[in-house]
Design a protein around this ligand. Structure first.
Ligand code: PLP
Length: 388
């Protein structure tokens, strides 16, 4: 029998990391001392007190049953408390907060709630890939909003054609941004809300990196801005904030009708987050002010070690105010892929070519600060050596 996959799988954008993955596997097979700055997956373990709370909760047989689709009330209450304290935004824990199996899950599923066949979703480019793939799975078409350096990596909303807007139901935004590490102000959110209201578009703001911020800077929540809750929701993740990528815990919050639709989609697909993990999420939220400063200090030091060293060799890279990504312009004579290739082949350092996140990412590479500072120092030394 010929196995034929559905058109929606065939429509997915090409996977552009094939070459770099192949070269990485080869380097590892040759037992070379590879430093991997490719993946945004923290190397630091989850804090012990969060592990302990998972252990304790897992011993209670009540947590072994199907979780409630709508999420653990205690977790939603703790999230609401944190939101009020951190952003001064009031959320109704019952109607305006929904735990997710990692924020990726909610991001990938939200188009199923709002995209009909042929509808458009506005997505930043370069971007976290599920904005595009979730739209395609729902039968929609992603329309890119280029993030350009000259616009501080913000989309130019005035540039979007009227004919596009007629068929657009959703827009994804993401600040602090992956992969560009750009941040935005509340005034940009204000402009986006006005635009969305006028054109009847739901905004999904991906806030996965709001807590990983440096030099005293505190990124705003989209929901802080007047009118946001009328037209949108925000996605948060426990993954990067608490080094919990493998646990799969995130949440969506904001407009109750949008949350309700997402909950309906999810209740037909999954059966919620393991209750013991949600209890650990309560502990993570309760202790955030104690845990976070240490985590931020580690990434800030790493950021400085890598960028100071590369800048000293004449490579002009801006220090990000948030996220654990460094978005570096490629130098003359290279493109994203060729620079990533030479850095891996000659320096045994894995970096991600920017065009893998969308065509507008061409001309950049992304380095993740997910190895310790001594390895970053070594990576920078090797890169400087090959770049002369
Ligand atoms: N949003 C952005 C911008 C990300 O970079 C990531 C992960 O890399 C996620 C969401 C997904 O995080 P989670 O682990 O909560 O699914």
């Amino acid at each position: 029998m010929k196995i034929e996959v559905a058109n929606r799988l065939k429509k997915l954008p090409p996977y552009l990391f094939v070459e770099i993955d192949k070269a990485k596997r080869k380097a590892l097979a040759e037992k070379r001392d590879v430093i991997d700055l490719g993946i945004g997956d923290p190397d630091i373990p989850t804090p012990k007190h969060i592990l302990k709370s998972l252990h304790k909760a897992s011993l209670n047989p009540k947590t072994h049953k199907y979780a409630l689709d709508a999420g653990l009330p205690a977790l939603k209450q703790e999230i609401a408390k944190w939101y009020k304290k951190r952003f001064n935004v009031k959320l109704d824990p019952d109607k305006e907060i929904l735990p997710l199996i990692g924020s990726k899950e909610g991001i990938a599923h939200i188009p199923l709630g709002f995209i009909n066949k042929g509808n458009y979703t506005l997505v930043p480019d370069p971007c976290y890939p599920p904005y595009k793939t979730g739209t395609i799975f729902a039968g929609g078409i992603p329309i890119i909003m280029p993030l350009l350096k000259e616009n501080d990596f913000l989309p130019d909303l005035k540039d979007i054609k009227k004919s596009v807007l007629k068929r657009t139901n959703l827009m994804f935004l993401n600040y602090p941004n992956n992969p560009t590490s750009a941040v935005c102000t509340k005034s940009f959110f204000k402009e986006a809300i006005k635009f969305a209201e006028k054109n009847n578009i739901i905004i999904c703001h991906d806030a996965a990196y709001t807590e990983l911020c440096f030099d005293g800077y505190k990124p705003p929540s989209f929901l802080e801005v007047h009118g946001a809750k009328q037209i949108g929701i925000e996605f948060h993740s426990f993954s990067k904030t608490f080094n919990m990528t493998g646990w799969r815990l995130g949440f969506a919050c904001g407009n109750s009708e949008i949350i309700k639709a997402l909950a309906k989609v999810k209740s037909n697909i999954d059966s919620g987050v393991f209750t013991a993990i949600q209890h650990a999420g309560v502990e993570a939220m309760k202790s955030i002010s104690k845990t976070l400063p240490g985590i931020i200090a580690i990434y800030q030091k790493r950021r400085n070690v890598l960028i100071d060293s590369l800048n000293s060799a004449g490579w002009e890279i801006k220090k990000p105010k948030a996220t654990f990504y460094v978005w570096a312009p490629v130098m003359k004579g290279y493109n994203s892929a060729s620079l990533a290739k030479i850095i891996l082949e000659k320096a045994d350092v894995v970096v991600t070519p920017g065009n893998g996140f969308g065509s507008t990412g061409e001309g950049y590479i992304r380095m993740a600060l997910t190895v310790d500072h001594s390895r970053l120092k070594e990576a920078a030394k090797r890169i400087k050596h090959i770049l002369g």
